[in-house]
Design a protein around this ligand. Structure first.
Ligand SMILES: [Zn+2]
Ligand SMILES: [Zn+2]
Length: 94
């Protein structure tokens, strides 16, 4: 079974494929991030960004689900904020 050569070095045999774009990478090219192998063309950075976004989203949903208990306190704080905002705009207007 013939191995595919590295995408960047046709003379070098690929030792792995990029986790994201599946490009074959040789030993010199491979980028190891979070136990995954990536090509050196920025796939590791994209993967990290996507992972961060996914985890943010998960955190966001959990936070939204848990706001039910302390919402009245939060609403009061918001009302206070609105009041001070109105006062400050009056000062700056006059
Ligand atoms: Zn890649
Ligand atoms: Zn290479």
């Amino acid at each position: 079974m013939a191995k595919a050569p590295c995408a960047a070095h046709p003379q070098a045999p690929a030792v792995a494929r990029c986790f994201r774009c599946f490009a074959p990478v040789c030993r010199a090219c491979r980028v190891r991030v979070l136990r995954r192998t990536f090509c050196p063309r920025g796939c590791s950075a994209i993967y990290l960004l996507q992972r961060a976004a996914a985890e943010d989203w998960r955190y966001f949903r959990r936070a939204a689900a848990s706001t039910g208990a302390g919402s009245s306190r939060r609403r009061a704080a918001m009302a206070r904020c609105n009041a001070s905002d109105r006062r400050s705009s009056r000062v700056s207007g006059g």
